[in-house]
Design a protein around this ligand. Structure first.
Ligand SMILES: *Cc1c(COP(=O)(O)O)cnc(C)c1O
Length: 469
């Protein structure tokens, strides 16, 4: 064994303690840590001949890399849809590295870590009040969850024509209908060889809505003359967190033959609250659902899962079967994750979610979800009391889209946002909604409080003064 490795092995206790101290310094100061970087990183691409040892590398991390980290897990990082990490989820994430399992099989020999993953999926089904007819697995993010689900949808589509697209490639035009797909679903159409432009955009409901107009959907279905199709629907669009009408969509299943996918990356968590679960009513009839964990579940990146109906397990295996795998036998009895999703080797990605669900339970998550939504409404109300801002869209859930008041200020919106973000106390992202430039603040972090809203409003007012708007 190399001497640096031998020293590190002897010193493991101290190394991990120092690492913990580095971590706790960041986590305990998250509120004061800047939400954007002011300094650019000094890069140093040199590979050492003899190595620094863990503590040497940690010292360099502290000096050179830590300063460019931003408080993205903190309470005022409202850009994109960015969750933080609960304490228990960090425990799970650390232990996933420490135990370093390859989560594949449910057979005890060689580890039974896939059982932990299935147990976690089962906890999530309970949290979201979804039936056991779904099976699920963990992937890196909602993008890969959409990819996995739409991959199986593609195989299903071929089967309607007696074709095996997984084996022989795509030989039919795949009909995709959707109203407001997330950009990642469009990327999946490209990755799946369907083509990122090859979908039909269904109209949205008139007014300030992003949800599917059911009349227009049915008109588009009729144009297909009885051909099968794939419907990509939304449980929470990013700008306005709008939901398609899942009860109406499930009724369509009586008349038409389609694969129904729901992207509920963050909005699916509406199901956790009695006040908001009506938004997802009927979603249990979908063929596949995408949910992110690194957003509203507040576990570290990279964590999301797909849910696909058990009935489709053979289509799923046809799509993702590792081609050199030995005879599978009964796919459920000899279940192995490497045959049902894109990756072969995979970390025990379920563990952070398992820890957090065990630690905080249904009540803990109900509280996070309802508080986030209450904070979004509180922020929206505080905003409209200020003379310089107006809401760009209604607040349906946890996202607030707003802009500088008056069309004459439209050219200033982006510069305003850059100034605001540069100050480092709050971070938001630009958006365009109904042809107007705006700013989006998404509330999903478990640490955000009403005091943060006060700080954010002050920051917005100061930026107005700085820019002399
Ligand atoms: C964030 C998001 C995605 C993409 O998720 P990643 O975790 O970044 O891969 C997909 N769909 C919706 C609705 C999202 O909000």
């Amino acid at each position: 064994m190399n001497s640096k490795l031998r020293e590190d092995l002897k010193d493991f206790d101290r190394i991990l303690n120092e690492t913990k101290n580095q971590g706790i310094e960041f986590l305990n100061n998250l509120e004061n840590h800047p939400t954007s970087t002011r300094q650019s990183m000094q890069t140093d691409g040199e590979l050492n001949e003899y190595g620094l040892g863990s503590l040497g590398a940690l010292a360099e991390f502290k000096e050179r890399l830590a300063p460019v980290m931003v408080a993205s897990p903190g309470p005022r990082y409202l850009g994109f849809v960015t969750g933080g990490s609960t304490p228990a989820s960090i425990v799970g994430d650390w232990l996933a590295s420490v135990y370093d399992q390859n989560a594949q099989s449910i057979k005890a020999q060689g580890g039974a870590t896939a059982l932990i993953e299935m147990e976690t999926i089962n906890l999530l089904l309970q949290l979201l009040d979804l039936p056991q007819s779904f099976m699920g697995g963990f992937v890196t993010g909602a993008t890969m969850s959409n990819f996995t689900s739409l991959g199986v949808a593609r195989q299903w589509f071929g089967k309607q024509f007696g074709k095996d697209f997984a084996k022989n490639g795509i030989s039919e035009t795949i009909n995709i209908l959707t109203a407001t797909p997330h950009s990642s679903s469009v990327k999946c159409l490209s990755m799946l060889g369907i083509g990122s432009q090859n979908y039909v955009t269904v109209k949205t409901i008139e007014g300030n809505r992003e949800a599917i107009d059911m009349y227009d959907l049915e008109q588009n279905i009729k144009k297909l003359n009885g051909q099968p199709f794939v419907l990509i629907s939304s449980a929470g669009t990013v700008n306005t967190a709008d939901f398609d009408d899942f009860v109406a969509i499930s009724k369509l299943r009586e008349k038409y033959n389609f694969w129904w996918h729901i992207d509920g990356a963050f909005g699916g968590f509406a199901a956790v609250s009695d006040k908001y679960k009506h938004l997802v009513e009927g979603w249990e009839d979908a063929d596949s659902i995408t949910i992110d964990c690194h957003k509203w579940l507040n576990v570290p990146y990279e964590s999301a899962f797909y849910l696909i109906k058990k009935d489709h397990i053979n289509l799923q295996i046809e799509t993702f079967q590792n081609s050199n795998a030995p005879y599978l036998g009964n796919p459920l009895e000899n279940f192995n994750y490497l045959n049902v999703l894109p990756e072969n080797s995979r970390r025990l990605r379920a563990l952070p979610a398992w820890f957090s669900l065990k630690a905080y339970g249904k009540e803990g998550y109900r509280d996070i979800i309802e508080k986030s939504i209450a904070l979004a409404l509180h922020f929206g109300n505080a905003l409209i009391e200020e003379e310089n801002f107006e809401l760009l869209a209604p607040i349906n859930l946890n996202n607030v889209c707003f802009t500088l008041k008056g069309n004459h200020n439209q050219e200033k919106v982006n510069e305003f946002l850059v100034c605001l973000n540069d100050k480092g106390k709050v971070f938001m992202t630009p958006t365009v909604y109904q042809n107007r430039k705006g700013i989006r603040a998404s509330f999903v972090n478990w640490r955000t409080t009403e005091d943060d809203i006060k700080i954010i409003i002050e920051e917005l007012k100061e930026t107005i003064l700085d820019m002399e708007i």
